[in-house]
Ligand binder design. Structure first.
Ligand code: 8YV
Length: 325
């Protein structure tokens, strides 16, 4: 008897074919009001779920009495109530590793684009304002040799440190729940308390997960510790930052600029003050968004889901307490 799988994220034809071989598949193409209605209608029969970018709370999952596994096409798992899933022995899996390098590339893209004012100055040409040789008012900041501060030294933080150390000759300082001796050895990185890092780093980069402990971690007090030449980069989750405090810090010149791939609310409102600031580079949550990496993530999620539905422990099981193998 094929398992009932509900997808709320489109997959490539290859992966769809693979799923169809082993499951009865319902695809919810969009997560608009109509799509959410279709999802709610499909949940009562769902034994497996696969998708991303949707808060699957208890209210919704109470509609899915037969649910055995959720495969998230993401490394972040802040969209899930882990305790609820564990109590119901619903296996949650994610897709770490396959997206690490791509997301770290996004982090460096933002470091370079923000420091060198790439978006602002490229737009200047498009707007017909490049009418004479550029001068000091157009200058950006150097990246090479500057101090790279990383908050959250997990896989993505390590990949960012690698790029800074080997690629740009940057001294690396970091803050995380615990010191990482291997990272210190590989990248000549040095552990700092959060206040020390904020005071010393030329680039403050967030690469940590959104949890009850990290929500609102960077607010007015933390921005006040940074220097006027500091550039703030966020490729983690928007809610790790008090966005109102960030806007105030940018407006007051407490920090030089910000490169942001994530926001408190996504999509970012067109009338957000962040979009009125020339010293902000904003990208639409493109961290892992390359053809190659998103296919690899989806493939990983399908592997995790099919394993769980076959009674095997998924490679990337998040809530190990749910496993009864
Ligand atoms: C997005 C990410 O989730 O993996 C994560 O946690 O933030 C990104 O890869 C992506 O939107 C999920 O498909």
């Amino acid at each position: 008897m094929k398992k009932q799988v509900v997808l709320y994220k489109k997959l490539s034809p290859l992966l769809m074919a693979r799923l169809h071989e082993q499951a009865e598949v319902t695809l919810i193409e969009n997560l608009d009001a109509e799509g959410l209605g279709k999802l709610r209608d499909a949940l009562p029969r769902a034994q497996g779920l696969l998708g991303a970018s949707l808060k699957l709370n208890a209210e919704l999952l109470d509609l899915a009495p037969n649910l055995q596994a959720i495969a998230s096409v993401s490394v972040g798992v802040d969209n899930y109530d882990i305790d609820y899933l564990t109590q119901r022995h619903i296996l949650l899996s994610n897709t770490p590793d396959v997206l690490t390098e791509t997301t770290a590339d996004t982090g460096f893209a933002l470091i370079l684009a923000t420091a060198r004012r790439v978006v602002e100055l490229a737009n200047m040409i498009r707007e017909g304002k490049w009418t004479r040789n550029i001068g000091p008012t157009h200058f950006g900041s150097d990246v090479h040799g500057k101090t790279l501060g990383i908050i959250g030294m997990g896989r993505i933080g390590e990949a960012l440190a690698q790029r800074g150390h080997f690629g740009f000759g940057m001294p690396v300082i970091y803050h995380s729940q615990s010191p990482k001796p291997a990272v210190e050895q590989r990248f000549n990185a040095h552990y700092r308390s959060l206040p020390e890092l904020l005071q010393q780093a030329d680039f403050v980069c967030l690469t940590l997960p959104l949890t009850a402990e990290t929500e609102g971690l960077i607010g007015a007090e933390q921005f006040a510790l940074m220097r006027p030449e500091t550039i703030f980069i966020n490729i983690s989750r928007g809610k790790v930052v008090d966005e109102t405090a960030l806007i105030e810090a940018l407006r007051a010149g407490q920090i030089r600029a910000a490169g942001l791939d994530v926001f408190e609310r996504e999509p970012l409102n067109q009338d957000s003050p962040l979009l009125q600031l020339n010293n902000v580079v904003a990208t639409p949550h493109i961290g892992s968004a390359t053809h190659e990496t998103r296919e690899a993530m989806a493939r990983c999620a399908v592997d995790n889901l099919l394993a769980a539905l076959a009674g095997e422990r998924p490679v990337n099981l998040v809530n190990v307490g749910a496993w009864r193998g």
